[in-house]
Design a protein around this ligand. Structure first.
Ligand SMILES: [Zn+2]
Ligand SMILES: [Zn+2]
Length: 152
C-alpha cells in the first residue's frame, strides 16, 4: 500500500473459489463485505448465498459497528482504549450484533464469528463469550469455541 491508496477505494477483493462451501466466517478484513469462506478466507458474494434482506441487514449492522470501533482502536488516539473495551465486551452491542448475524447465517451454513483480539495482549485460553477453554484453532486465530462458533 502506498500513501495514495489510503484515499482510494479498497477494491482488492479476494473472492472464494471453493467448489463447495462448508463453513462461513464473519470477520472484518478491511473490505466492505465481511462474509468469508472459513476454508480459504476468500470473500463470498451475498448473492451466491442467496441471503435474505434481513440477513444482509444484520451483517451490515454488525459490520458498521465493528469497523467504526476497529478504526478508532487502530487510530491509537484518544478513543483507542474506549474502542478496545467495546470490542472486547461480551455484552456490548457490537458483539451481540455479531453473534446475531452469525446465528442468522448459520441457518444456511455454520458461521463462525471472529472475536476481536489485540495481538499485544496475552493469547486467549478461554472463550470470551462462554468462558469455556478454547479448542485448538482449526484454521484461524488462536482457538475456537465450537459451542458458540467463535474464533479468536
Ligand atoms: Zn473458499
Ligand atoms: Zn464459547
Amino acid at each position: 500500500m502506498n500513501h495514495f491508496d489510503k484515499l482510494r477505494p479498497f477494491v482488492d477483493y479476494d473472492f472464494c473459489g471453493c467448489g463447495e462451501l462448508q463453513r462461513l466466517l464473519l470477520v472484518h478484513a478491511l473490505a466492505d463485505n465481511p462474509i468469508h469462506c472459513f476454508q480459504c478466507k476468500g470473500i463470498i458474494d451475498p448473492q451466491r448465498l442467496g441471503l435474505t434482506k434481513d440477513q444482509v441487514d444484520l451483517v451490515v449492522a454488525w459490520h458498521r459497528q465493528f469497523r467504526a470501533l476497529y478504526d478508532l482502536w487502530l487510530d491509537s488516539g484518544e478513543y483507542e482504549s474506549w474502542a478496545k473495551f467495546q470490542l472486547l465486551d461480551p455484552n456490548g452491542q457490537v458483539n451481540r450484533s455479531g453473534i446475531a448475524a452469525a446465528l442468522s447465517l448459520t441457518r444456511l451454513l455454520p458461521t463462525y464469528y471472529w472475536w476481536f483480539h489485540d495481538e499485544g495482549d496475552q493469547i486467549p485460553r478461554n472463550c470470551p463469550d462462554c468462558y469455556k477453554v478454547l479448542s485448538p484453532a482449526s484454521r484461524h486465530g488462536h482457538g475456537e469455541c465450537l459451542d458458540y462458533q467463535i474464533v479468536i
